[in-house]
Design a binder for this molecule. Sequence first.
Ligand SMILES: [Ca+2]
Ligand SMILES: [Ca+2]
Ligand SMILES: [Ca+2]
Length: 138
Amino acid sequence: MRSLLILIIILLSQEIVHAQRTPSEIAVFNLETNELIRLTFNEFADEEPEWSPDGSLIIFDSDRAGSNDLYQMKPDGTDITRLTYDSAKEDHGAWSRDGSKLLFQYDAGSNTDVWLMDKDGKNRISLTENSARDGWAD
Ligand SMILES: [Ca+2]
Ligand SMILES: [Ca+2]
Ligand SMILES: [Ca+2]
């Protein structure tokens, strides 16, 4: 069943002045029923959705709080939880195979690094520390 559901991003055409990126939404498309279920509803950029290995959660990134951060939600769009809170740009989230940890790109401005944290946002550590651009963990 899970393989028949596709996460897609809807790009919205209207320009929103205060959004940092193009407004977009996350939706699930059911290949059996051709049903499109929209999961996010706001004028900000919600992007890069990734299923957890067991299908119980979706991580994504969003600039809805000003800074770009990682969030997670249930596949029906409920229980949205913010996972990162600082001013850096966190995106490109990816699940570990056992679903316990998240890899992501941490962009502080002049430089990016790959970070790792528990799926609830705790125990963040940087895996790379150098002046080159390291990223795209997924
Ligand atoms: Ca949005
Ligand atoms: Ca941030
Ligand atoms: Ca770096």
